[in-house]
Design a protein around this ligand. Sequence first.
Ligand SMILES: Nc1ncnc2c1ncn2[C@@H]1O[C@H](COP(=O)(O)OP(=O)(O)OP(=O)(O)O)[C@@H](O)[C@H]1O
Ligand SMILES: [Mg+2]
Length: 275
Amino acid sequence: MKKTPIIIAVASTKGGVGKTTTSANLGAFLADQKLNVLMIDADVQPSLSEYYAVDEIADYGLTHLVTNPKVEPSEVASKIEDNLHIVMSDDPEGDLQNWVRNTADGRTRLRYILNQRFTQFDVIIIDTQGAVGALQEATIIAADLLISPVIPDKLCAGEFIHNTLGMVNRLAESTQFMGCKIAPLCAFLNCTSNTNDSRDYAEEIRSLDYSEICDVPVRVLNAEIPDTVAFRDATSSQMPAHRYETSTKRKGGSALELMTNLVNELDLFAEVHNG
Ligand SMILES: Nc1ncnc2c1ncn2[C@@H]1O[C@H](COP(=O)(O)OP(=O)(O)OP(=O)(O)O)[C@@H](O)[C@H]1O
Ligand SMILES: [Mg+2]
């Protein structure tokens, strides 16, 4: 059987919840587990493209990937490390949104291209823009798994429940006759803190019956990432958090332990090896 990559879209309709941080840290963590990882920066603001130092820049970026069914991985995959590559964002004006919207197969082409032509990768992680739009929809349709960071506060909890899950529901409905299925969603609590407010919203997010409100399976991971200066400092140092902080006396654990818990609970390895 032909091997296809596991495609993960890190998605939320809310800005600033940690999508790029998660994409970058998950990508590097999995690369350190000897998986061949491709990250795709599908945000007009090229934060993921600037997250790590790039060793060899490819000739093209996101636009070529999304619009050319005959794209070769080597044309678009810039090298960060041997088994960590990135397709860089190259669409500052947001023209790609219009192209995807106005092209008959615009929303499904990315899924096809990645599964047909990017089979050398074990895992593909797509960082998305914190908004609703045709390009975001294309990335969600492409995904085998959706990951959504949720900050346990009033604004982010409400946005997750109403808008992120609302977007997933709309897509599940509008794609049901297109031969593609919207992937299950794993949410995790990001930037948790030891305040009553954070604990109350965390409890609310964990206790909801998602089968009542969402048409795809939703799982809230037990693993959570606290609001930790190590995650911000790792970003400033252009380093994966798990390499930046390998031990700590802080309650909750080091970035290495936090990322290990998150990835273990996602259980991607079983999916990669059985898939
Ligand atoms: N667990 C964490 N602890 C501390 N800071 C964090 C954590 N996760 C993310 N951040 C910080 O929060 C800010 C927003 O994170 P990030 O850019 O990843 O969010 P985003 O969802 O990608 O935002 P956007 O919607 O603008 O693309 C960054 O400054 C990042 O360093
Ligand atoms: Mg971002």
